[in-house]
Write a protein that binds this ligand. Sequence first.
Ligand SMILES: [Zn+2]
Length: 67
Amino acid sequence: MVTKVDIIDANSSNNNDLDCYSLNDQPMTCGLCGSRTHFDEKDDGTQAHQCLNTECGYKFIAIEDID
Ligand SMILES: [Zn+2]
């Protein structure tokens, strides 16, 4: 049986500890180094991002700004 494994969840037992950013019309980039990020969209509409810079690896949550 194959289970979809979220790379961020695999490395973090609690996403509630992650910093949270709101999405806007700019592409989301790492809040620390500005590199591009990999993200997985969650069922609740939030995005779990991880910096693609291996020396950074910053993880954060992005939430769509509904306005
Ligand atoms: Zn980074």
